[in-house]
Design a protein around this ligand. Structure first.
Ligand code: GLU
Length: 470
C-alpha cells in the first residue's frame, strides 16, 4: 500500500445468477482501474457455504468474460474462503487489542432489555470480560462519541454519528468472521484503494471504515457507491420480479457491445448527446466522479432498441457469425443437416435489418429449413379466407411458369390479385402463410426466390389440400 497505485476489486458472492447490477459494478470497477492505469482484482466472496455453488462462480467468470473482462486480464479470481484463517486472525487481533469483546446475549434477551426496539445492540456485554466459549460471538466496540465521515466519490461525505453505530458482530461463536470483517480484511491486505460497489452497502460503510482504522490502516479506501437499479415502477430490480440475469440476455441474443454500452448508462453517461458510443469512447471518458447517485432505471425496451442498432451496425459476415449459435439445434427447431449455409447467407442481410435480438432469427428463417411450413393456427385462420383457395390454385399454376426472381414473382402476384379484386398485401397473405406459416416475416418475394420454385410450389399445394380438406 501507499504506492499511490489504484487497485480496485469486484467482489461478488456466488449465491445465484449473475445480476445485471453486478455486471454494471464490475464494468465501473474495470473502467476505473483502466482509467487510472491501476489493477482490477476479482474476489469471489464464497464464505456462505450454505448458499454458494461452484457453478455460480463459473457463471460469474464466464459472464465477465462475455463483457470483455477476461481471465488473464485481471488478478484472481481469489476465493475468499481460502483466506478464512486470516479473517479469524484479524478477529483475534482486535480482541487482543481491546477493540472487540465476547457477547453471549441472545436475540430474545436483547429484545427484552430494549423493549423490542430495532436500535441494535445495547452494549450489555461490553465490560463483562467474557472469554470465548459456545454461543459467544465477538463484537466490535464502536466509539460513543464523534462521527464517522465517509468519503464517497458519488455520494459526497455522508456523516454517521458514532452513537448510532451499534457494537456489531465480527465473528461467530465458532471463530469464523462475518461478511463485514472478512470483506475489510481482504480489501486491506490486498491493498485495495477504491471500493466501488452497490448502494445497498452504504450502510455497512461506517462500520467497515471503523474496522479499517482498528486494523491499522493509515487511511480508509475511497468509497464509491453506485446507484440502485430500478424497474419501470421504480422498484429495486429483483430476481423474482424482473429479468435480471445477465445470462438470459446473452442467451436471448444480446450483443456484448450493446449490453456493455447500455449498462454503462445506469448512473453514468458519455459526454455529448449520443448514448450509443464506441467502447473506446467510454474507456477514454469514464469518471466515477460523474456518476449520479439517483436510482437508475433499467429499461428493457431501450436495451432492446440499442441491441437492434448494434446488430444493424455489423457487417453481414459478422452478423452471420454472431447468429450461428441460433442456427443449429437445440436453439433451432430444424435438423442439423437440414440447414443450408448458402440459403441462409442469401437472406441474412434481410434478416439483419429486422431483428432486435439474435434469437429472433429462428422464427424468421425456420420455414427455409423445416420439412413443412411451421403453420401458426391464428395466422392460418386470418389469411385463409375466400378467395384464398382459388388464389392459391392460380398462384401454384403461374409459379410453375414464371421467371424465378423476386421481381417477376411480385408482378405475377400483383396482377393475379387484381384479377381477384385484391390489393397486393391481401393477395400476399395466403401465399406467405402457405409457405412460411406466418403472417409476418422477411420480405416475401425475396424469400420465395431463395426458397426456390419446387419447394414453394410444394407448400402451395399442401395449403390447397389443407383448405380443401376443410
Ligand atoms: N460480496 C458482496 C456482495 O456481493 C460484495 C460487497 C462489496 O463489494 O464490498 O454484495
Amino acid at each position: 500500500m501507499g504506492s499511490g497505485r489504484v487497485r480496485v476489486r469486484f467482489a461478488p458472492s456466488p449465491t445465484g445468477i449473475f445480476h445485471v447490477g453486478g455486471a454494471r459494478s464490475a464494468l465501473f470497477n474495470w473502467l476505473a482501474a483502466l482509467r487510472a492505469g491501476g489493477d482490477f482484482v476479482l474476489r469471489i466472496e464464497d464464505t456462505d457455504a450454505s448458499r454458494n455453488r461452484p457453478e455460480w462462480t463459473d457463471g460469474i467468470i464466464s459472464a465477465l468474460d462475455w463483457l470483455g473482462i477476461s481471465p488473464g486480464r485481471y488478478e484472481g479470481p481469489v476465493l475468499q474462503s481460502s483466506r478464512a484463517d486470516r479473517h479469524r486472525a484479524a478477529a483475534v487481533r482486535l480482541r487482543e487489542a481491546g477493540l472487540a469483546y465476547y457477547c453471549d446475549c441472545t436475540r430474545e434477551a436483547l429484545a427484552e432489555r430494549t423493549g423490542n426496539a430495532q436500535h441494535g445492540y445495547d452494549g450489555f456485554c461490553r465490560d463483562r470480560g467474557l472469554e470465548p466459549g459456545p454461543g459467544r460471538a465477538l463484537r466490535f466496540r464502536t466509539p460513543d462519541e464523534g462521527a464517522t465521515t465517509v468519503r464517497d466519490l458519488i455520494r459526497g461525505t455522508p456523516e454517521f454519528p458514532n452513537d448510532t453505530i451499534e457494537d456489531f458482530v465480527i465473528a461467530r461463536a465458532d471463530g469464523s468472521a462475518v461478511f463485514l470483517l472478512a470483506n475489510v480484511v481482504d480489501d486491506l491486505e490486498m491493498g485495495i484503494t477504491h471500493v466501488i460497489r452497490g448502494e445497498e452497502h452504504l450502510s455497512n460503510t461506517p462500520k467497515q471504515q471503523l474496522l479499517w482504522a482498528a486494523l491499522g490502516a493509515e487511511e480508509p479506501p475511497v468509497w464509491a457507491h453506485v446507484p440502485v437499479i430500478v424497474n419501470e415502477k421504480r422498484q429495486k430490480l429483483s430476481k423474482r420480479r424482473d429479468k435480471v440475469a445477465l445470462e438470459s440476455y446473452r442467451d436471448e441474443g444480446y450483443l456484448p457491445g450493446a449490453m456493455k454500452n447500455y449498462l454503462m448508462l445506469l448512473g453514468w453517461a458519455p459526454p455529448g448527446e449520443d448514448e450509443i458510443v464506441p467502447w473506446e469512447t467510454i474507456e477514454s471518458t469514464f469518471d466515477l466522479a460523474d456518476v449520479k447517485p439517483s436510482p437508475a432505471f433499467f429499461d428493457e425496451k431501450k436495451l432492446r432498441a440499442f441491441n437492434g442498432e448494434y446488430i444493424r451496425a455489423l457487417g453481414v459476415e459478422e452478423f452471420i457469425a454472431a447468429v450461428q449459435p441460433w442456427l443449429a439445434p437445440p436453439a433451432a427447431p430444424w435438423a442439423a443437416d437440414a440447414f443450408d449455409a448458402d440459403v441462409f447467407a442469401a437472406v441474412a442481410g434481410l434478416a439483419q435489418s429486422r431483428v432486435s435480438v439474435l434469437s429472433e432469427i429462428v422464427p424468421m428463417v425456420d420455414f427455409l429449413f423445416l420439412p413443412e411450413a411451421p403453420v401458426d393456427d391464428a395466422a392460418w385462420a386470418k389469411a385463409m379466407k375466400p378467395p384464398a383457395a382459388e388464389l392459391l390454385a392460380d398462384v401454384h399454376d403461374l409459379f410453375g411458369k414464371v421467371e424465378w426472381d423476386a421481381e417477376s414473382l411480385k408482378t405475377t402476384l400483383t396482377e393475379l390479385g387484381e384479377r381477384h379484386g385484391l390489393k397486393l398485401a391481401k393477395a400476399q397473405a395466403p401465399v406467405r402463410v402457405a409457405v412460411t406459416g406466418r403472417t409476418v416475416g422477411l420480405p416475401l418475394f425475396e424469400s420465395l426466390e431463395v426458397f426456390g420454385r419446387e419447394a414453394t410450389r410444394r407448400r402451395l399445394a399442401a395449403a390447397r389440400e389443407r383448405l380443401a380438406a376443410g
